[in-house]
Design a protein around this ligand. Sequence first.
Ligand code: GLC
Length: 535
Amino acid sequence: MEDQQKKYLWWQEGVVYQIYPRSYQDSNGDGIGDLPGILQRLDYLQWLGVTAVWLSPIYPSPMADFGYDISDYQGIHPLFGNLDDFDALLREIHNRGMKLILDLVPNHTSDQHPWFLESRSSRDNSKRHWYLWHDAGPDGGPPNNWLSVFGGSGWEWDETTGQYYYHAFLKEQPDLNWRNPEVQKAMLDVMRFWLDKGVDGFRVDVMWHMIKDDGLRDNPPNPDYLPHMSTYEQLLPVYSTDQPEVHDLILKMREVLDSYPERMMIGEIYLPIRQLMTYYGVDGRGAHLPFNFQLLQLPWEAPRIAASVDQYEGLLPDHGWPNWVLGNHDQPRITSRVGCEQARVAALLLLTLRGTPTVYYGDEIGMRDVPIPFAEVQDPQGLNMPDKNLSRDPARTPMQWDAGPNAGFTTGKPWLRLGAGFARENVKAQTDDPYSMLTLYRRLITLRQQEPALMTGAYAPVYSDQQVMAYLRGSEGQQRFLIVLNLSHRPAYFNLKDPDMQGTVELATAPEREGMTVGGAVSLAGDEAIIVRLN
Ligand code: GLC
């Protein structure tokens, strides 16, 4: 039984909203979003009801990977503004009672970072061992078979010093050597720099990559590899990722966070559930929220989703707080994956499961992946593996604010083209429309934040079959809710086993349903989901 008096922290009670700063709001007409632009949109975020904002990287960067290649961890890229703009944004976010989470990219720097420039300058430079330098293998080729996530070998030859360096991503993103205490200290100091400014937490980029096998053992082949997959997936990265020592590093980061009040860290981790759970750390002293990407990865089928929600709930350690993600800047958008109708069902799922939800900007207005002609592709993942359809640009297009020029995003030429549907799919058009996606999101967030049962109450599965999943939310002594979702396009019904389970529809994907009573046999139209306030 959960303790009614238990105090929950802001990151347990809240709703996280991810902003991709290049694409949110441009304030100076250069076609790229910036911090003053985000500042202009804080009223919108407050109206929407989200409580924490996570910004993808805003630091100085050559932009080989759009900011995930950082050349200065303690500055702001001039495209986005300056430190004064940052301070103003943080202040205004806090004035609104919201929190700010920054992206922290500790696994790799830019090849233009002064640390790497020094490191590659000579073999005896004091920063040589800040990165992963190795001699060529016996055949003169790379030291082992590790691959880059973005295609090709993970090793790049450096002519000047006659060694290879490792890069899990682009060759412009050399991996740091986290076994080196100097590297650890430098990155923990970066955390302190932002925490001292008042930043509330970090989303830690590719946390499971941070340390690699010291013996550089070859990765084994992936027996399930299929030709359409990314070339990286040809091998199982068992020696280049998810090493046991990573948890010591996470603990060190956690200790820094714990020396400030109520700061938190999200870990970006793409691993199967059991391995993911280890990132909560021994005695809960790991990541506060190891990102749970199941809703991004599983086929959109009721039995699969229901089973994995239950598995995730069942495997959570006692101290572990759940979380759910429906979209991010690396994955196709939910509306494009499952269609407009099911995207509404997905919104209801995301915002009624137990645990902190993360909403990706634009999903709240049903933005779709925008087709980007090949000549306009910017994402290195798309450019490096052109035949695999892996560009992430389609999910990174400018936020659609209104039906005016460039959807109100910029007065200049947007860095990525806008979705053709922005005349309808925009914030302004959807604000007062009771049937819009935006209205659905706002009402779901409001209800979740008003009802302790939905915000932090217990979860219990009730029913699932080929089409439907149903669960209860609420702990002893709380108003309880029954959530029923039809993940198919066809009508569905089932019988509630408990005859006392009766109530009234509080919120539904089809607002006409609201106010109707539910009990005994529950029937749903295709693509329908309901939240029932139980008697
Ligand atoms: C993470 C980021 C992704 C980036 C990669 C390398 O997966 O989310 O956008 O390309 O790390 O930093």
